[in-house]
Ligand binder design. Structure first.
Ligand code: RIB
Length: 299
């Protein structure tokens, strides 16, 4: 079976629920704290694994308690962690997530993620021509570039989720088959802001005319838009009770990669991944609400 290889970050998410963010100099009493495995790489790997494809994760953790916790969790989620290595004297990535009523605010301390450098051997072993490589930008930029170039060279499908946005994405485009920014990251890609829906669609078309990379923009509650034969197709998001939006983009990307590895078309894959991302926001924690294919079908 075709496989998904995720090259990316692994964190422990500390989710603190609070009514509002503190002002500078202010101490605030929050409501609760929960610990969940997170990091865009780990989240996307778990989302793909729940769809029932073989998934390998290439990443780095520290030799601390969080490191062993996340490693065991990923094994339990049936992610191949043989290329997740541990580094001494550094902490496993941590994300402080302030969960507010409507949305969230996140501070990431990358720790060991930023030591993910020499990955040639792992990449060579894990990525085959018929596979999908999925990566993001919470690890060193050079490592992302290396991964994309090698996977492309082997003939694999390459997906870049340009989050958090970094302008060196532009140099990576020749090695990227599919790019999946959210609206803010798409503005980063364009180098200017967008004011309304009409302009948004025009910018998507213009961008797609001048780039060979397939563009898919995730738009939160407004759904997913992608370009196909000089058109912008938007799949609206279904209405659900939103509990936590953390990891919705990761769920989308992981399921997208899994569907493509299963041989589905881009439009079929986008439709299924969009539904998966919608379902994921109904539970607290980035990975808690990530659905299986059966759950998506029932939805
Ligand atoms: O995309 C959500 C993820 O971003 C969280 O799990 C957190 O770890 C940060 O990396």
């Amino acid at each position: 079976m075709n496989k998904v290889t995720v090259l990316g970050s692994i964190n422990m998410d500390m989710v603190m629920e609070t009514d509002r963010l503190p002002k500078v100099g202010e101490t605030l009493l929050g409501d609760s704290i929960n610990y969940y495995v997170g990091g865009k790489g780990a989240n996307q790997a778990v989302a793909a694994a729940r769809i029932g494809v073989d998934v390998a994760l290439i990443g780095k953790i520290g030799d601390d308690t969080f490191g062993s916790k996340v490693y065991k969790h990923l094994e339990k989620e049936k992610v191949d962690v043989s290329a997740v290595t541990s580094e001494k004297n550094i902490f496993t990535g941590v994300a402080s997530i302030f969960k507010l009523q409507e949305d969230n605010a996140i501070v990431v301390l990358p720790g060991a993620n930023m030591l993910l450098g020499d990955i040639n051997e792992e990449l060579n072993e894990k990525i085959k021509a018929e596979d999908v490589l999925l990566t993001q930008l919470e690890i060193p930029i050079e490592t992302v570039k290396k991964g994309l170039a090698l996977a492309k060279d082997k003939g694999a499908i390459t997906i870049l989720n340009p989050a958090p946005y970094n302008e060196s994405v532009i140099d990576m485009l020749p090695f990227v088959d599919i790019i999946t920014p959210n609206e803010t990251e798409f503005e980063g890609l364009l180098g200017h802001s967008i004011t309304d829906t009409m302009q948004f669609e025009k910018e998507m078309l213009d961008w797609s005319k001048t780039n060979d990379t397939q563009l898919i923009v995730t738009r939160g509650g407004d759904g997913i838009s992608y370009t196909a034969e000089n058109n912008v197709i938007t799949i609206p998001a279904e209405k659900v009770t939103v509990v936590d939006t953390t990891g919705a983009g990761d769920t989308f990307n992981g399921i997208l990669a899994a569907c493509l590895a299963k041989g589905m078309t881009v439009s079929e894959s986008v439709e299924i991944s969009g539904k998966g991302a919608t379902l994921s926001v109904t539970k607290l924690g980035a990975q808690t609400g990530m659905p299986t294919l059966t759950e998506i079908a029932a939805f």
